[in-house]
Write a protein that binds this ligand. Structure first.
Ligand code: MUC
Ligand code: MG
Length: 368
């Protein structure tokens, strides 16, 4: 049934250095998965991560090796199974590897949706919205440059809310940087911060207090993923919303975090969840627990970003919007027609499958 499963690494420079607490990115490595069926249908998925092994447990190279060595032979041996049964076989045979599983599942859903002539969102229960609000991340590392970048985005109607990556500098320096940007952009522009695990509990208490007083709307993953008790105490202590990101690794962790009231908001990511179906399960758990949602990114290119958009379009509520700007951070596109960003939103395609056309010639030129 599946004729070939190919994993392609594509290194693309970013439009400017992207500074996180865990690394500074100058390029992004897209991890693309292409599955071809014996009857000639092609599906695409993406397993992109950030900074090799700086951010998560899977690297571009490990995803490629594991898909080629373990996933591909197993997939080729399966006959006549639907997607749920196929994923069940993969999950039985392969531990972990959520990013690789997400890419494979996305490609299978893309194929099935094309077969049925439906947009992928309709295989996930159906979309509730055709457009998603998308923020921009300010991460140049320079306050004046960040303010100028934000003003340019607002004027171009590309983004009107922003996330700031902090945690690389001493906490007070980072907080001053955030407050200066908030003051420059004014009360109507929502500013959020992502600390990417950098602060101790004491730094969180002092830093978040000042950010809350300064009018910041959301604090993302301020402490280590090993400190759920800290995250819970911060959620209870502050009015400003505290969001779980790296600590949220799929439905099981969503259930545990919800049970512990560890966060007021979940950053749902398809790769971290282990697939689009699992991302939707995370959203359901959050909804039942009264936790708000935000559509997160691993700074994927267009394949992972639009796959995420299909999943997020089905969420009952998306109170904090999304950050599906990954393709806009890259200097090269791999689509024949770029994703449609307009009026501060990303349009979810309604053509069959993911609704994108991959430029395979461009990928051939760019691949590692
Ligand atoms: C993260 O931790 O959220 C998302 C946007 C961005 O700039 O970095 C990523 C990762
Ligand atoms: Mg984050």
């Amino acid at each position: 049934m599946y004729k070939s499963i190919e994993t392609i690494l594509v290194d693309i420079p970013t439009i400017r250095p992207h500074k996180l607490s865990v690394t500074t990115m100058q390029t992004q490595t897209l991890v693309l998965v292409k599955i071809t069926t014996e009857d000639g249908l092609v599906g695409w998925g993406e397993a992109t991560t950030i900074g090799g092994l700086n951010y998560a447990e899977e690297s571009p190279e490990s995803v490629k090796t594991n898909i080629e060595t373990y996933f591909a032979p197993l997939l080729k041996s399966l006959k006549g199974l639907n997607i749920a049964q196929t994923m069940q076989q993969l999950n039985k045979a392969i531990n972990g590897n959520r990013f690789a599983k997400c890419a494979v599942q996305t490609a299978l859903l893309d194929i099935q949706a094309k077969r049925l002539s439906l947009p992928l969102s309709e295989l996930l229960g159906g979309r509730l919205r055709d457009r998603l609000p998308v923020l921009w991340t300010l991460a140049s590392g320079d306050t004046a440059k960040d303010i100028a970048e934000a003003e340019k985005m607002i004027a171009a109607k590309r983004h009107n809310f922003f996330k700031l990556k902090i945690g690389a500098n001493p906490w007070q320096q980072d907080v001053d940087h955030v407050i200066a940007i908030k003051k420059a952009l004014g009360p109507d522009v929502s500013i959020r911060v992502d600390v990417n695990r950098a602060w101790s509990e004491q730094e969180c208490i002092h830093g978040i207090q000042q950010l809350q007083d300064g009018g910041i709307d959301l604090i993302e993953q301020p402490c280590s993923i090993d400190q759920n008790d800290t995250l819970t105490r911060l959620t209870q202590r502050f009015d400003v919303a505290i969001m779980a990101d790296e600590v949220l690794t799929g439905p099981v962790s969503a259930y545990r975090l919800a049970k512990q009231h560890a966060a007021g908001v979940f950053a749902v990511k398809i790769a971290q969840s282990g697939g689009l179906i699992e991302a939707c399960e995370v959203a359901t758990i959050a909804g039942l627990a009264g936790i708000d949602l935000y559509g997160g990114t691993m700074l994927e290119g267009p394949v992972g970003s639009i796959a995420s958009a299909h999943a997020f379009s089905t969420f009952k509520s998306l109170a904090f919007g999304t950050e599906l700007f990954g393709p806009l951070l890259l200097t090269e596109d791999i689509l024949k027609t770029p994703l449609q960003y307009e009026n501060f939103e990303l349009v979810v395609p309604n053509t069959p499958g993911l609704g994108i056309e991959i430029d395979e010639d461009r990928i051939e030129q760019l691949r590692r």
